[in-house]
Design a protein around this ligand. Sequence first.
Ligand SMILES: [Zn+2]
Ligand SMILES: [Zn+2]
Length: 95
Amino acid sequence: MEYKDKKISCRDCAKDFVWSIGEQKFFDKKGLKNPPSRCPECRKSFRDKMEKGELEAQIKCSQCESVDKVPFAPRDPASVLCAECFEKKFREKLY
Ligand SMILES: [Zn+2]
Ligand SMILES: [Zn+2]
């Protein structure tokens, strides 16, 4: 495979950044198939936020419609539950 610098626009700040050959090789070595979606700066601040636990996504509970915050964006926003409903459901399953 031939490597070439690639231009990608960041999904967070919408700025174009170059995905360098060195980085592409690094990704290949790690077996990562998808190119980065964020520029280096946004990647860094994203990582910082994750480490500090500041990363939150607002969700709307599919049961009681209350708005809650979760540390990560839900995989399935349509069936997401707030902490309360989640616990209720969890208990129902237990008994
Ligand atoms: Zn960015
Ligand atoms: Zn709920």
